[in-house]
Ligand binder design. Structure first.
Ligand SMILES: O=c1ccn([C@@H]2O[C@H](COP(=O)(O)OP(=O)(O)O[C@H]3O[C@H](CO)[C@@H](O)[C@H](O)[C@H]3O)[C@@H](O)[C@H]2O)c(=O)[nH]1
Ligand SMILES: [Mn+2]
Length: 734
């Protein structure tokens, strides 16, 4: 009795952070009003007297306005940060657990090697959860026989692996991670000879499994296709080597045709929702990317601490875990940990719940079906309009429906026909799939738009970040992949911010003000590109021409500007450090923010505008998960790898050259004209940029290795910088 009364989870407000944040908001807010007082009075003076050029002052003013607007939105993340703790050992017995379906998406075995994908699949099957309540679905958007064959092999291996995990209560159930862990025997059986013998045997089987995958993936690169019929295979023969039931494992390649839109990952997930509805129809769904394996087998139990709590509102749509990565080097050069997001998510959680972060979340199936569709008295025609014409699928919407899978797990002919229909590329078209039902197709960041829809319908979410990460994925480990990935994210975010779904408009009356601010801050993130470019170009050109844009050192308003700059940097340092990271992480984050703004965001904003006017089609460029040894060495050593398309690198180098030149010329001018006090801020800005990004200089001038910036890119950048300087000079002196 005592046991059931203890809470399954707790939520703590981070009081110290809350106080620091609010004090910071107050002081920075006050300083910003001082800054705008200064700007407005100077601008009106300039307009009256025309003694100084108006254009650069106006541009700097606009950029400060934008910075401030984005800053204000960001403060919602700082308003009420919370953390959560769960107590899975207080859960009721296994027989009270609801079934869970696991969805894993993969798209191309040449960019997403089978071995990694299969490790994710196996780790999901090995979750510490009743196997008869677990079903794992692998969506293969490549429809590749390499992947299908790998799934069959993984199924065979897992018949040995699952009983081994269960018997010895392994904490690491991803085989690759288990066998390569330094202390793989994190279990209590280290000195038991039976365990050691079994482990050796399993390791042998694992190596055979790996070999079979290697042989199988020789033609991986040509095996993915964009033109194929649906292929669905449920692995049969469902008992493991200890005669226990295995979880369901199904391979699903939805139909793809070159002329039909397939909506990328969101489309794949929606096909899985439909197919799984008529096979296992679990009320909860775990979504994983193919590289995010389960690192802690208790994640489902942790999520159930919320779903099984009678006190928690039934409107809980999802329990989100962070994306954590197993391949981060000590330096985390490319800010792959994505810490700035997870820090914000603590605050997001405090105001109604974080947004979906792509994968690693336990979702309530009902939430994806649309609130209006799951009422009891709904008529059949309405349901067909929403869900398409499959009666079988519509029957599954009532959650008590338990589809019948024959004992030997071979789909009956009728079932096989039905699942193929549900995975066909036309199934979506006459229905609300992707519009109101399932994952939303509107943007390439399907996660953000889908969760915004859920929150707007009154659903809530929680953020759980336990000390031992539940999932571990792989993040990009070179500049090119990082910039390409961010460009897609930024493009997706811009698609939302330029549409009627921008939370600022769409969220009104549907979400709380703080939640609206969080969502808006999120989707407006790429807009930093505008003030960033202004501050990276305008003060510099004006420095060369001796046009002061900021107060003199002796002016009292100088303190206001200095305060705004230092307070915001210090706040960033405080956040990095209080989250447990080193001072260097602050620098890496700052650098990556600058490089992303200079490059990814620039193209993303242009792409989104072209997409909006119909001149460009946004698409999903898959992030590469296959390593390259040279690149890995550079990454481990903490050396930037600048090998990337010139398109991506040239903007960064051009800005760098422009800042170096303007600083040198500007300093010469300052010495000559003794205008140090007047031009102090303007000399400081390029100096700051040049020092923070000194590795760009290194890459252009000092390095000789493969990861340097090539001479041709440096030359191109110098030409661009000269052009911007000349053109800017013409324009900015007015
Ligand atoms: O047409 C596609 C494209 C992608 N994927 C899968 O989607 C997942 C994420 O793709 P990835 O290339 O790894 O992109 P990331 O940028 O690393 O993904 C992040 O950003 C995405 C949104 O842009 C989210 O969906 C992801 O969960 C999040 O990890 C992978 O498992 C892919 O196999 C598909 O199934 N079909
Ligand atoms: Mn990924």
């Amino acid at each position: 009795m005592e046991k059931t009364r203890l809470p399954l989870h707790l939520c703590h407000v981070l009081k110290t952070d809350l106080i620091i944040n609010r004090v910071y908001m107050f002081f920075l807010g006050t300083a910003l009003s001082g800054l705008f007082y200064y700007r407005i009075t100077t601008l009106s003076n300039i307009i009256k007297t025309r003694e100084k050029p108006l254009v650069p002052h106006l541009l700097v003013f606009i950029s400060e306005l934008l910075f401030t607007f984005l800053w204000v939105l960001q403060q919602a993340f700082r308003w009420r940060p919370v953390t959560r703790t769960v107590y899975p050992d207080r859960l009721p017995g296994d027989d009270e657990f609801p079934p869970v379906d696991v969805f894993i998406c993969t798209a191309d075995p040449s960019k997403e090697p089978s071995l990694g994908v299969m490790n994710t699949v196996i780790s999901a099957m090995a979750l510490d959860y009743p196997p008869d309540k677990l079903a794992v679905y692998l969506s293969d958007d490549g429809g590749s026989y390499v992947t299908l064959q790998a799934v069959r092999e993984a199924w065979k291996f897992s018949k040995w692996w699952l009983p081994f995990c269960r018997k010895y209560e392994l904490k690491i159930r991803c085989p690759e991670a288990y066998f390569s862990a330094e202390e793989s025997c994190d279990d209590r059986f280290i000195s038991c000879s039976e365990f050691l013998a079994e482990k050796k045997e399993i390791e042998k089987r694992y190596n055979e499994f790996k070999e079979s995958l290697e042989k199988n993936c020789v033609n991986a690169s040509s095996s993915a296709s964009r033109d194929h019929a649906p292929i669905i295979e449920v692995m049969n023969d469902a008992v493991d080597s200890s005669q226990q039931e295995m979880p369901i494992l199904a391979y699903v390649a939805r139909e793809k045709r070159p002329s039909r839109p397939h909506h990328f990952k969101a489309g794949a997930l929606n096909a899985l929702i439909r197919v799984s509805a008529v096979i296992s129809n679990a009320p909860y769904i775990l979504v994983l990317d193919c590289d995010h394996y389960c690192n802690n087998p208790t994640s489902a139990r942790q999520a159930m601490c919320y779903y099984l709590d009678p006190e928690i509102p039934p409107k809980l749509a999802f329990v989100q875990f962070p994306q954590t990565f197993h391949n981060i080097s000590e330096h985390d050069l490319y800010d792959g940990r994505l810490y700035c997001y997870w820090r914000r998510w603590l605050g997001f959680d405090g105001v109604g719940g974080p947004s979906v972060s792509g994968c690693n979340l336990y979702l309530k199936r009902e939430a994806l079906y649309g609130t209006n569709n799951v009422k009891n008295d709904i008529d059949l025609n309405h349901l067909k309009k929403s869900f398409g014409s499959s009666n079988e699928l519509i029957r599954s919407i009532s959650m008590n429906y338990k589809p019948h899978l024959p004992k030997e797990r071979k789909l009956t002919d009728a079932q096989a026909k039905e699942v193929k229909r549900l995975a066909s590329c036309d199934y979506d078209s006459q229905s609300e799939w992707g519009k109101e039902v399932g994952f939303i197709y509107f943007s390439v960041v399907e996660d953000v738009i889908t969760s915004q829809f859920l929150h707007c319908q009154g659903w809530i979410s929680v953020w759980v970040d336990p000390p031992r990460p539940c999932f571990l994925g792989s993040c990009p480990t070179n500049l090119s992949d990082t910039l390409v990935q961010y460009q897609r994210w930024a493009l997706g975010l811009m698609q939302i911010s330029l549409s009627k779904y921008c939370a600022l408009l769409y969220g009104r009356g549907r979400m709380s003000t703080l939640q609206i601010m969080c969502y808006t801050a999120n989707v407006f993130d790429p807009i930093y590109v505008v003030p960033f470019y202004v501050l990276a170009v305008v003060p510099q050109i004006c420095l060369i021409h001796g046009i002061p844009l900021y107060p003199k050192v002796s002016d009292p308003f100088f303190i206001v500007f200095a305060f705004v700059f230092f307070a915001s940097q210090l706040k960033h340092v405080q956040e990095v450090v209080s989250y447990g990271y080193s001072l260097m992480s602050f620098l890496y984050e700052l650098r990556m923010w600058m490089m992303r703004s200079a490059s990814s965001c620039l193209y993303a904003v242009i792409g989104a505008v072209l997409d909006k006017i119909g001149l460009h089609n946004a698409h999903f460029t898959l992030t590469n998960k296959a390593g390259d040894d040279d690149q890995a060495t550079l990454y481990q050593e903490g050396i930037y790898d600048f090998q990337a398309s010139p398109m991506l690198i040239a903007p960064i180098c051009s800005l760098y050259i422009l800042n170096v030149v303007s600083f040198v010329v500007g300093m010469a001018r300052i010495v000559q004209t003794e205008s140090g006090s007047e031009m102090f801020v303007q000399a400081f800005i390029p100096l700051f940029g040049v020092i923070v990004n000194y590795q760009v200089l290194e890459g252009m001038v000092l390095r000789k290795d493969r990861g340097r910036i090539s001479a041709s890119v440096s030359l191109l950048s110098a030409v661009i910088a000269t052009f911007v300087l000349c053109f800017g000079s013409l324009f900015l002196i007015y």
